[in-house]
Design a binder for this molecule. Structure first.
Ligand SMILES: Cc1cc2nc3c(=O)[nH]c(=O)nc-3n(C[C@H](O)[C@H](O)[C@H](O)COP(=O)(O)OP(=O)(O)OC[C@H]3O[C@@H](n4cnc5c(N)ncnc54)[C@H](O)[C@@H]3O)c2cc1C
Length: 496
């Protein structure tokens, strides 16, 4: 019982009859399907990684209820030191996928852990719903579940409230309620990693309008719940030509999906909020949930930014431009931008505060990081592409070209570098394109720009949480230090 979860355990847990669709067909087994199998293994490797004896202390802690070693993502930090200890585990996990799996299991675990840190809010709302959340946290933690979430209503007419859409049952909402629980009908976007998660947390983070109460729910169900349909987007993994040609898309395509709830029954013990717009918002913002889930994102992003900086430097070495002053200048800018992300991360930890018995990263520095990094990511991608020139495209069509002696000879003649063999050059630029320009890479730009909400949303959080009074107070202080018209300097001094 004390043994921690392994990758094999996770793969086995996904063979649960879940209802997943791609390319017009139902998927029998996500762990073997060409669209998903490598990503499933990358996700499962996270559990093998944390279970390794040399990593177990870094990556896991003993559940207070069962003593089983589980991911530190479930740990509720009580001090700055514990927060940093937890971050080191999350950083090491992100290192296994170079930051390319945005919705790794630590993301929603961080959200649910943050909600539990604010359990008193749920107690004040409804003791039974608070009990459901507390029990669910323990269940998910002790089984080290991989959770995903869907917290956004599908785009349709964004100028109208959920209940005013042409189809009032477009967004998932309650259509029935009885002694056993609630019944949910409708859709949510965008369940990243859902094909390889055990369960999904379903709620609404968007502000709801009067008349929208039926959409204001919060619950968790297994991915194989009766009536839950997972509608996958195109698979970049299936479209990957080979691991040589698409080293990232072939292994780290975490997938995104629309979820459709076809009258899914949710038992009361899994319902945390029932038809309360006020509580659905407060569960994120009046508890540490929103801070913890997005703090995890910044930890992962730092790893990805370091990887992109590595790509940039290697491009410059490969093309013999690394000593050129303008190239050094560009690399220096990229390095500074990596430093910005790291500085904000350390800052939000250092400036954190106690919320009850828990230590929580600084809210405004987190939102600063969100606002700035959703602008920064496309900028950095562009800067690295600018260094690369046509090398990202001047590539053999596929790994098979190396097996044709004529083509292999021509590749040797045409793919030249002062720092790499022709084979190394091709291998590297194939990786660079998958990170910077492929369809997989392009989806990552969209991801980093939107995973935490559109820019007007993150700027709204930054506005809301900033200490304006301290700043306007400085302005007032300066204004009061000199006289207005009609007053002498002496009067102003006397007023001080
Ligand atoms: C790759 C990817 C993965 C994702 N994964 C997940 C996931 O795992 N779970 C999940 O729940 N969600 C996920 N999302 C969804 C994500 O949370 C949303 O994309 C995000 O919250 C923005 O909402 P939206 O896409 O509906 O955009 P919209 O809200 O429709 O905004 C799009 C644009 O429309 C304009 N706009 C819209 N409304 C306004 C307004 N009121 N005022 C001013 N301008 C406006 C802005 O220009 C804005 O940038 C994912 C998204 C992406 C791209």
């Amino acid at each position: 019982m004390h043994q921690s979860k392994t990758g094999a355990d996770h793969i086995a847990s996904l063979r649960d009859g879940r209802d997943v669709y791609i390319y017009g067909e139902r998927v029998d087994d996500v762990t073997e399907h060409a669209a998903f199998r490598n990503s499933v293994r990358s996700a499962s490797y996270l559990y093998d990684f944390q279970a390794q004896p040399r990593n177990i202390e870094l990556m896991t802690f003993a559940s207070p209820d069962t003593a089983r070693r589980v991911s530190r993502a479930w740990q509720l930090p009580r001090s700055h030191d514990e927060l940093v200890e937890r971050r080191r585990a999350l950083e090491a996990w992100a290192g296994t996928h170079f930051g390319f799996m945005g919705r790794s299991p630590d993301h929603v675990a961080s959200c649910i852990s943050g909600m539990v840190m604010g359990l008193d809010l749920f107690e004040a709302y409804d003791g039974k719903r608070a009990g459901a959340l507390r029990d669910y946290y323990r269940f998910a933690r002790d089984n080290d579940l991989f959770l995903t979430y869907v917290i956004i209503n599908p785009q349709a007419d964004r100028s109208k409230a959920a209940h005013q859409q042409a189809d009032a049952e477009l967004s998932a909402g309650v259509v029935d309620e009885d002694a056993q629980g609630i019944t949910i009908r409708g859709a949510k976007m965008l369940a990243t990693s859902s094909i390889m998660a055990n369960e999904v947390f379903v709620t609404c983070i968007q502000p709801l309008q009067p008349g929208d109460a039926k959409y204001a729910v919060s619950f968790a169900i297994p991915m194989n719940a009766k009536g839950l349909k997972t509608l996958s987007r195109k698979s970049y993994e299936a479209a990957a030509h080979s691991s040589f040609d698409n080293p990232l898309a072939s292994r780290f395509d975490e997938n995104d999906a629309v979820l459709y709830f076809d009258d899914v029954k949710v038992p009361w013990e899994r319902v945390f909020v029932n038809q309360s717009p006020d509580m659905t918002l407060k569960q994120f913002h009046a508890t540490p949930a929103h801070v913890f889930q997005n703090y995890q994102c910044q930890i992962r992003l730092l790893v990805k930014m370091r990887f992109l900086a590595g790509l940039a430097h290697r491009i410059a070495e490969t093309n013999g431009i690394v000593a050129m002053p303008p190239v050094r200048d560009s690399l220096g800018q990229i390095a500074a931008e990596v430093g910005l992300v790291e500085g904000l991360l350390c800052g939000m930890e250092a400036k954190g505060r106690m919320a009850g018995e828990y230590y929580v990263p600084d809210r405004h520095l987190l939102y600063s990081a969100q606002v700035l990094t959703q602008q920064l990511y496309p900028k950095v991608i562009n800067a690295v592409r600018e260094l690369a020139g046509g090398g990202l495209i001047m590539l053999p069509s596929g790994v098979e070209d190396f097996s044709n002696p004529l083509l292999a000879g021509l590749i040797g003649k045409t793919q030249q570098s002062p720092a790499a063999t022709s084979e190394e050059r091709v291998k590297f630029f194939k990786l660079a394109w998958d990170a910077l320009g492929s369809e997989f890479a392009s989806r990552h730009v969209q991801y980093e720009m939107f995973y935490a909400g559109a820019s007007f949303v993150t700027r709204g959080h930054s506005y809301r949480t900033f200490d304006w009074a301290a700043c306007t107070g400085m302005v007032d202080g300066l204004l009061s230090s000199y006289p207005g018209p009609g007053h002498s300097a002496g009067e102003a001094d006397a007023a001080e």
